[in-house]
Design a protein around this ligand. Structure first.
Ligand code: UTP
Length: 405
């Protein structure tokens, strides 16, 4: 892109401030900035300001833990058969910044062990290996990273010999970045020749997979379902044959692992129907009315929270790949250059990041099986250093589940 083209693009979107140090730059630095301006989607800032409201929310029925128990053997046999045939692959979402944990390494490199080393990535591979042993083959294991942590993640897996997983079945791909802005939607600079950017949320994983060419791996290997999950739940059951079996048995195009909420106002996204299609309402979108609605048994009607462990039919994903996902604007602390060009690391949120979220993909699917799992066995998120959903609480839960630390 030439300087004139960059000026035109910046003028169109009211972002000319990103060129304010242009004259001070070397030729190479100018080129870097122009390329980044060319590659960055400026329109998302405007789009984020005009997001549509949610539709009509009604309850959805979950498959309860009791029902699952009754059919466990049948579901498990069916799920293992799908895994053996190579019909299911795992997708680990590890592109996030993990800012709440306060480490600048990828979250998966965090050592959750106490008396021995046990990295989060290792924990997840160990969990997957339990199924690999039962099924007798290694499913594809995709790992999404971002510009900020890709090299460190790949090196970490390589150094640790993929924690015993079949190396050729682990495929990495990078998610895209989105510009970060001040509170008025003006894009920050993080260097005089670099826009401030951050990973574009966990909703872009499938389009990034396709950009990396992995739709070919899906088609060539007959992969029918992707089991997508978060890096930070160390009790995560990956490629759970019972979950896969239940989803396939019911001919669902997607499934969501859910837990019974601990309290009506617990901060988890709740599975529901929106205009008759499956959907997830975020806890801050759940009105008092919805929170207090009861079902025919007197139980809260919106009682099941998602834990970021989903199954998606690959055919349906490919059909909906061009449907835009809603953009979420998140307040964050964004290191940036001030007016004078000094680098500032803010103590409080100073601007916005723009993200799409995987929970919105549930609404793209024609149907969904909410599959209840037991919180103490499958949900130990590591979001904070201490307190709720922390390293401390996750260690306790790992110990309770017999994992040696
Ligand atoms: P979180 O919503 O907890 O975000 O991610 P985060 O970036 O890891 O952590 P904070 O909020 O900065 O502390 C849930 C899951 O989605 C992945 C994360 O890696 C985690 O597995 N994720 C999140 C991505 O892969 N990309 C993103 O852009 C954001």
């Amino acid at each position: 892109m030439t300087k004139e083209e960059a000026i035109r693009k910046c003028e169109k979107y009211n972002q000319t401030q990103v060129l304010r140090f242009y004259d001070e730059l070397t030729d190479a630095e100018r080129n870097e900035l122009l390329t980044q301006i060319e590659d960055t989607d400026f329109s998302l800032i405007e789009r984020a300001a005009h997001e549509a409201k949610k539709g009509e929310i009604t309850p959805i029925k979950a498959m309860t833990a009791e029902r699952i128990k009754e059919n466990e053997e049948k579901f498990k046999a069916l799920g293992l058969e799908e895994i053996r045939k190579g019909h299911v692959a795992a997708v680990l979402l590890a592109g996030g910044m993990g800012t709440r944990l306060g480490s600048d390494k990828p979250k998966g490199c965090f050592n959750i062990g106490i008396n021995r080393e046990l990295y989060i990535f290792e924990c997840l591979i160990n969990n997957t290996m339990e199924v690999v042993k039962e099924a007798g083959n290694y499913p594809y294991f995709f790992v999404m990273t971002s510009d900020k942590n890709h090299d460190m993640t790949v090196e970490f897996f390589t150094e640790h010999n993929f924690f015993g997983y079949e190396k050729d079945k682990v495929l990495f791909f990078k998610q895209e970045m989105a510009p970060a802005t001040d509170n008025d939607g003006k894009i920050f600079l993080e260097e005089k020749n670099r826009l401030a950017t951050s990973p574009n949320g966990n909703g872009g994983w499938f389009s990034s997979m396709v950009k990396a060419g992995y739709d070919k791996v899906i088609k060539d290997n007959g992969i029918k379902f992707l089991n997508v999950f978060a890096v930070d739940n160390v009790l995560q059951r990956i490629l759970d044959p019972v979950f896969i079996g239940a989803t396939v048995d019911g001919k669902f195009s997607s499934g969501s692992k859910v837990i019974k909420k601990a309290a009506p106002d617990e901060k988890v996204g709740v599975i529901c129907l929106e205009d008759g299609k499956p959907s997830v309402v975020e806890y801050y979108e759940l009105t008092d009315d919805l929170m207090n609605t009861k079902d025919e048994n007197g139980e809260p009607a919106y009682n099941y929270g998602v834990i970021l462990n989903y199954l998606f039919d690959t055919g349906k994903l490919l059909e909906t790949i061009n449907n835009p996902l809603p953009l979420h604007v998140v307040d964050k602390k964004i290191p940036c250059l001030d007016e004078a060009g000094n680098y500032v690391k803010p103590e409080t949120p100073n601007g916005h990041k723009y993200e799409t979220l995987i929970l919105d993909m549930v609404h793209m699917m024609p149907d969904n099986l909410p599959f209840e799992v037991i919180r103490e066995r499958e949900f130990a998120p590591v979001k904070n250093k201490e307190g709720i959903d922390s390293v401390v609480s996750a260690r306790e839960l790992l110990k309770k589940n017999g994992v040696e630390l």
